[in-house]
Design a protein around this ligand. Structure first.
Ligand code: FES
Length: 136
């Protein structure tokens, strides 16, 4: 009986979150989309090529990166010792490089290049006619 109820709760959560990793990491918080720019054009004007800025979205500090004219969103606080990744540099390997100790985080996976600390959290960006949204 308990197992049956757990499966029902799981199905409801799958329906609400529509994301398998959420089920593993964060069972109770459904996603929400927060608009951070009114258009991709506006985003690319504010986040110049190979630079990053910090935004606050829903109470989360997020580093928005423009690498090769693609936008990425990664947690701003460096997983090593907490420096703001938005102060870092973007390299040709599609990584954000922390300014303190030069740890490098892949902008697609969040993985640190030499596995010296835990991965940075990557946020999904959704770009459509209504603007640029970050999925929290
Ligand atoms: S604080 Fe970012 S690499 Fe050390």
């Amino acid at each position: 009986m308990i197992l049956l109820i757990d499966i029902m709760v799981l199905k409801i959560l799958v329906y609400r979150s529509n994301c398998v990793s959420c089920l593993y990491w964060n069972l109770t918080i459904p996603h929400s989309l927060i608009r951070i720019f009114n258009s991709k054009k506006e985003a690319l004007e504010k986040v110049r090529l190979n630079t990053a800025i910090k935004i606050d979205a829903g109470g989360y500090r997020i580093c928005i990166v423009n690498s090769k004219d693609n936008l990425y969103a990664v947690q701003d606080s460096c997983p090593h010792l907490g420096e703001g990744l938005h102060k870092g540099t973007v390299n040709y390997l599609n990584e954000i490089v922390c300014p303190w100790h030069s740890y490098r985080f892949n902008l697609l996976s969040g993985e640190e290049s030499e596995r010296r600390c835990k991965d940075a959290k990557i946020y999904v960006l959704e770009i459509n006619d209504m603007g640029v949204f970050v999925k929290i």
